[in-house]
Structures are given as C-alpha cells and as structure tokens.
Ligand binder design. Structure first.
Ligand SMILES: Nc1ncnc2c1ncn2[C@@H]1O[C@H](COP(=O)(O)OP(=O)(O)OP(=O)(O)O)[C@@H](O)[C@H]1O
Ligand SMILES: O=P(O)(O)OC[C@H]1O[C@H](OP(=O)(O)OP(=O)(O)O)[C@H](O)[C@@H]1O
Ligand SMILES: [Mg+2]
Length: 407
C-alpha cells in the first residue's frame, strides 16, 4: 500500500471525513498529502486488491459454519518480539508453564506441562488474525490489538482480560502550544472553529479501525485520518497532522514531543489478555480442557500476586475473643476471614494456650495499614511473606467463559 503513496504517511478519510487544506501549525512537506479523491481511490483499490489476493492465514475471516481444520495440537500464539514477548513467557513461567524454545528465531515451541499444546510465536496483530482464520486457537495479546484487528468479531472470546502486563491506553493527544494551548477536552477540540468540511481536523494514528469508530461515536464530523508505522508523535510538529491517536503508558513520548492528552480522549484502556477462538473452544477436541488448565493457573497466580500472607501472634483467652478483636479492624478480614490457631506452650509441665496465631491474606497495597491495625489490637511478631498461588474453590472466569460459549 505504501508504494502507491508519496510518503509512508498514508491518508484516507473516514466515513465522516473531509479533504485537508491549510495546515494550522507549520506547513506540511509538499509530499505529505495526497489529494483526497486520488488518495481514497488509491487506498480503496489497493485494499481490495490485497484482500482479494492475499489472506493472512488460512482464510481472511472465518465463516461461522466453517469446519475446524483437524490437527492434534492446540495452538497458543505468543508475541514473537516487542514489549509483550518476554512478559508473556515470564507470566507463563510464574504459572509453572515453561515455554521451551530452542532458540529465539525458532517460531514454534513446546510447553512440557501441556503436552497437547504447541506455542507459535507471531506478531501481536497476526495472532489476532490467525485466531480469526483458525490457524491459532488461543493467544496472548494486548486488548488494543485485539480491538483493532479483531473488530468485534464474535469468534474472538476474551478468556482473561487482565494479565497484569502491557498496561497502556489508547488516547488522543494534541499539541500543548499554539491554537491548542487552551484546549483540554475532546469537546473543546471538536468545537474549535478551525475545523470545517474544507479543513477538517487531521488525526494521525496506527489505529485505523478504532480511530474513525471513536470519532464517529463521539459525533465528531470534521476529521480526516492518516497513518504511519511509528513515531506518530512527530506528526503535529512536522505539520502532517493536528492531533494523534496512539498508545500511551509512561507519557514520556508525549511530553518529549510537546503533546498533551485531553479529557474524554481515551479510546480504550489496555493490558495483555488471553484470547481464544470460539470455534476452537467449541469444536476442537481438547481445547476447552487446555484453556481450563491455563486459566486456573493464571487466576491462581494473578490472584496471589497482589497479596501477602501475614502471620502474627496475639495474646487472648479464646480463639473467639481473638477473632472478635481482629475482625473489629477493617483490613484484617483476609480472603474468607482470619485463620486463628492456638499456640501451645508448657508452663510447669502443663500445656496451656496463652497466644493465638493469626493468618490472613492482605492486599499488597494495604500491607502497612494492616500491620498497624494488627498491632493496635495486640498483635506481635508479625511475619509477612509473598503468596505464590491462590486456588479458589472455583475459577470465576471459567464460569463466565462457559456462559459466553453457551455451555
Ligand atoms: N507504551 C506502549 N506503547 C506501545 N505499546 C504498548 C505500550 N505499553 C504496552 N504496550 C502494548 O504492547 C503492544 C505493542 O507491542 P509491540 O511493540 O511488540 O507490537 P507492535 O508494535 O504492535 O508490533 P509490530 O512491531 O509487529 O507492528 C501494544 O499493542 C500494547 O498492547
Ligand atoms: O507513554 P510512553 O511510555 O512514552 O510510550 C508510548 C510510546 O511507545 C510506543 O511507541 P514505540 O516505542 O513502540 O515506538 P513506535 O512509535 O516507533 O512504534 C507508542 O507508539 C508511543 O509512541
Ligand atoms: Mg511497535
């Protein structure tokens, strides 16, 4: 597609977009824009050619009634490189699922703990595409990639939406200078008198599905989109765009490029998620069992990850009395209430109970408050240790998954 356009910044209007004219900040390079009609024609014809001749995977999109191709192994897609790759493998490792990759350039790997499953390393967007084409059954990707490339396809099911890494948000950003200096919300941006049919707001983004959708949903009419493969934050200062829509995590890139986020400009919050193909789960033998095991391990690890085990001793006359003291404090109820056990000692050859041991799980964020509360009710010798797994009676997301699948 980029071969047909003068720069790698390709411009194409959304359904509600308009041609660009005078830049408002600094003049764009003469090659930065393609006249709207020509651009639209070029991109449209290019896209249709690509779609009709090349599919990324077995088929461009799953037909709902299509038969699942038979194979013995369940396929899990993991990011092959980039910022999600190492974290995905580390998370599985924390769940005692060890991905055995012989060398980093080998794109298939095994997990000995899941003998019927093979791992395929792919670019995040290709994981979504291959889930849709049936070439993968499960995958770990960012929710942003899932939304952008999955486009709400009903075959994609989110099995776990919060894997606790890859946190970022997709957000509109505008310059913090010039005509935007006093603009701080999407509403104010939309109402700026500068935008018209002849001179729409020019937004650069890699999210060419979510961007136009968000603007349409927010009733913003005079907007035109352009795209590039990276370093979008340069577009406003280069005069190529008025605003950008891109991922933000630390906010450093925006700050370093004199850009700011605006109220109401967040399109979505994202983090890594475990995603599955509905067809694979319902039709591929073994897929549901595999996803159940992965989910149980993930939930047990992720739940434990946010908690500490706290053990303390407390003087008391009975377990009941100690329990009443402990439960009088707001942060000491643990997951299902405190475990209180007698501490036996011998005095003059007689076994007696003067102390009780209290065991509770405490959210990491509430640790210091909990310690203070324990001390306030007579707790001493407080021991804190990390928790590795919490296997609950059931896995809440498993029930949700079965309901989503209609099982
Ligand atoms: N600051 C961030 N910027 C971009 N992506 C982030 C950030 N923080 C977390 N992420 C997550 O990482 C993903 C991007 O990973 P990566 O850079 O490997 O992929 P990519 O650039 O989409 O892939 P490709 O290089 O194949 O185009 C995002 O989709 C998002 O889910
Ligand atoms: O808020 P921050 O922590 O600064 O991160 C945000 C930046 O990181 C990503 O770019 P990436 O590093 O992938 O480079 P690219 O834009 O060239 O793809 C993203 O596109 C933003 O530019
Ligand atoms: Mg990147």
């Amino acid at each position: 597609m980029s071969l047909l356009l003068p720069t790698n910044l390709q411009q194409y209007p959304s359904s509600s977009s308009f041609p660009s004219s005078t830049p408002l900040l600094s003049p764009p390079p003469s090659t930065a824009f393609v006249p709207r009609r020509r651009c639209l024609r070029l991109v449209t014809s290019c896209v249709s050619t690509v779609q009709s001749s090349v599919a990324n995977g077995s088929s461009p999109a799953p037909a709902p009634a299509a038969v699942v191709v038979e194979r013995d192994q369940i396929r899990l897609g993991l990011p092959s490189k980039g910022r999600m790759a190492a974290d995905a493998i580390d998370l599985l490792k924390d769940c005692q699922l060890f991905v055995k990759q012989v060398n980093p350039r080998q794109y298939v790997a095994q997990i000995p703990q899941l003998p019927n499953t093979e791992v395929w390393f792919q670019r995040p967007k290709d994981i979504v595409r291959k889930l849709l084409s049936g070439d993968l059954d499960l995958g770990i990707v960012g929710l942003d990639t899932l939304s952008e490339y999955g486009q709400e396809n009903e075959d994609l099911i989110i099995v776990h939406e919060a894997l606790n890494f890859g946190d970022c948000h997709l957000s509109i950003a505008i310059p913090n200078y010039g005509i935007f200096e006093n603009i701080n919300s999407l509403k104010e941006l939309a109402q700026m008198p500068q935008w018209s049919e002849e001179r729409p707001l020019r937004l650069a983004t890699g999210f060419t599905y979510l961007g136009p959708k968000f603007m349409k949903e927010n009733g913003i009419k005079h907007v035109v989109f352009s795209t590039a493969d990276g370093a979008l934050e340069a577009a406003p200062a280069m005069g190529i765009a008025d605003a950008i829509l891109d991922l933000v995590s630390s906010g450093t890139t925006l700050k370093e490029n004199n850009l700011k986020e605006i109220e109401g400009g967040v399109v979505l919050e994202s983090q890594a998620a475990l995603v599955a193909s509905r067809r694979a789960l319902t039709e591929r033998k073994g897929a549901l069992n595999t996803v159940h095991e992965i989910l149980e391990r993930l939930e047990a690890h992720l739940k434990a990850d946010g908690q500490f085990t706290v053990v303390a001793n407390m003087r008391g006359n009975s377990a009941q009395e100690v329990a009443e003291r402990v439960l009088s404090q707001p942060s000491l109820s643990g997951l299902q209430g405190p475990t209180i056990s007698p501490v036996y000692s011998t005095q003059n050859g007689k076994v007696s109970v003067d102390y009780y041991a209290i065991v509770i799980c405490v959210p990491k964020k509430a640790l210091y408050d909990s310690v203070k509360q324990l001390r306030a009710v007579g707790g001493s010798g407080v021991l804190v240790s990390p928790l590795t797994y919490i296997f609950d009676e059931d896995t809440p997301r498993w029930g949700q998954l079965l309901r989503k699948l209609g099982l």
